[in-house]
Design a protein around this ligand. Structure first.
Ligand SMILES: [Zn+2]
Length: 323
């Protein structure tokens, strides 16, 4: 039930195409309702990890055993100084993709079953993507996020709790906290700072935060086309939507969700269709990791409600001295 609620909320917030009504990055979206704040992201599972995980293994897989894999056709490195924006839905200045080139992006994880399934398909195809995890989800499932990193994918951030940052009830300090705690949570989960790549929930870009990310040297990732996978009733619809839009655009940064079951199920077929259509996958890397802010790193640890002195075994704390 909790998972279903989380699916609904994340899906409802992950809109992209509606934003075509406003083409400038600095114009706030005015019509989208704020999300139910209590429901996103999903509640913490009972097995929330109580201690910081070990650092991520550094090595990424480089050998490909699949001769028919789509692979990676080109690797681009992004200098995020000044917070450049990417994705034609909002940012039209920096168009780095050539014809037939695709960047795969996945939001809202890490999540059991679906994220590992996405990773499996990407590994079989020897290809790479960008992941934009939700901070809270990263604290629930740090091992899954570490798996994403170990596979050599690029990891950015997608806020702490998937709040719509255009919600007028949020102060500027709260908006910044959502951004910063998101990065700090991902860093906590990985044991290393992620890339300075950020995607706004529901692609809602408050101008003050666009400016702030520029000052923080964090790049902003909108999309060229939205899979609308959160709305799709079947995996096939995810495939059809992406391919129809790609065939029209000729290339693009594709927004999907590793959080969504249909997306995970659709990915093998989508890879086949991409190959058949002559598309190539571009891997995006950042020039340097994000510099998180110590205060927010500490806030993440506090949010985890970690035991501070209770790591000792019971029998060293409580002993029967008389019966
Ligand atoms: Zn999202």
């Amino acid at each position: 039930m909790r998972i279903k609620a989380a699916f609904f909320v994340a899906g409802a917030l992950s809109l992209c195409a509606f934003s075509s009504a406003w083409s400038q990055a600095l114009i706030p979206q005015r019509t989208s309702p704020p999300p139910p704040p209590a429901a996103a992201p999903a509640p913490a599972p009972a097995a929330t990890t109580a201690t910081a995980p070990a650092p991520t293994p550094a090595a990424a897989k480089t050998n490909c055993a699949n001769p028919n894999a789509i692979g990676v056709s080109r690797v681009v490195q992004i200098d995020t100084t000044g917070g450049p924006g990417f994705g034609f839905e909002h940012f039209k200045q920096l168009d780095f993709l050539r014809d037939k080139e695709v960047v795969l992006t996945f939001d809202d994880g890490p999540w059991p079953v679906n994220t590992p399934s996405v990773l499996k398909t990407l590994a079989e195809e020897c290809t790479k993507a960008i992941f934009f995890p939700i901070g809270k989800h990263a604290t629930y499932y740090p091992e899954i996020l570490k798996h994403v990193a170990a596979e050599g994918h690029t990891i950015g951030a997608h806020t702490w709790s998937h709040a719509n940052l255009n919600n007028k009830k949020l102060t500027e300090a709260q908006q910044k906290e959502e951004i910063e705690k998101g990065f700090s949570a991902v860093k906590w989960a990985l044991g290393a700072a992620p890339s300075p790549l950020f995607r706004f929930p529901a692609l809602q870009h408050p101008p003050a935060m666009v400016t702030y990310l520029g000052e923080r040297n964090i790049s902003i990732w909108s999309c060229d086309l939205d899979s609308f996978d959160f709305k799709a009733s079947t995996a096939q619809k995810v495939v059809d939507t992406v391919m129809t839009k790609l065939d029209k655009n000729g290339k693009g940064i594709v927004l999907m969700h590793d959080f969504q079951k249909h997306t995970a199920e659709a990915l093998p077929e989508l890879m086949k269709r991409l190959k058949a259509g002559g598309y190539k996958i571009v891997q995006v890397k950042a020039k340097a990791p994000v510099q998180t802010i110590a205060q927010y790193d500490e806030d993440v640890v506090k949010s985890l409600k970690l035991p501070t002195v209770s790591s000792r075994p019971l029998n060293s704390v409580v002993q029967t001295i008389s019966e």
